[in-house]
Design a binder for this molecule. Sequence first.
Ligand code: CDT
Length: 311
Amino acid sequence: MSRIVTVGAGQLGPISHDEDRESVVDRLIALLESGAERNCDLVVFPELALTTFFPRWYTDEVSGHDHFFETEMPSPVTQRLFDAAARLQVGFCLGYAELTPDGERFNSYVLVERNGSIVGKYRKAHIPGHEAHEPWRPFQHLERRYFQESHDGFGVWRAFGGVVGMALCNDRRWPETYRVMGLQGAEMILIGYNTPMHYAPDPDQNALQGFHNHLVMQAGAYQNGAWVVGVAKGGIEEGVESLSQSAIIAPSGQIVAQAVTSGDVLISARCDLDLCSRYKDTLFDFARYRRPEVYGLITERKGAIAPPELP
Ligand code: CDT
């Protein structure tokens, strides 16, 4: 069996508040068809790829945005995407807002194989932003109001001839995300994101959004000997500009493909999963070189505690 996975990053441009799911699914299918033309095995879509990024608006009731959530996957509307995958023999990874039968709300990612069957689902672990309305901001980032933190952790799945993991947006900034998957042998990590260019708590970071995006994903790839596929919903959506610059990153940490525009676009790369062992079996031979016995604080302690001040 081939160890080459031809992967596409199906970057999306803005989705307006009023764009319906049918229209978005049409756009996703067009990207999947572009993937088929380039012999992709898999097309990775962004976080919350079916709707506008609704946490930018406050509603008095948490349920005020429930119409942006999916109660089933596939649903009658998204079934067309699953059917297209099976028809084209191209798998996909899709971000969406999930409302469970118990009323829990998760920021989720589903991985679908080339026959249209679901391989696995990931629910976002690191939920950024704030819970309460903060009118001083030019726009809100209320993910912590509308999504729960998942306790499922970072699983990996055997799919596409390798070991595949998933993460969403803010997860990519945390080294633990990649390492937990790396410790399960992840060879390809799929990450969708919506990253506003303006960071209200510290606008000096605005100009660094692109740098930080690639910095963390390139480091995560290299330090775990894995391919990383980072996929944006970018451009100016409802007046808020978000980062594009989707990228496919090799286990060496090098970017092998990058989006240079901010609308709907597919970038692709032939990814040799056997390249992973060049890093996993040498510099990052975990079994030989890691020292978990001196890393205890990583799981024991949440916030940083500095030593007491000197007298
Ligand atoms: N969607 C998402 O997780 N975005 C965050 C923005 C952080 S600023 C509140 C990110 O890390 O890109």
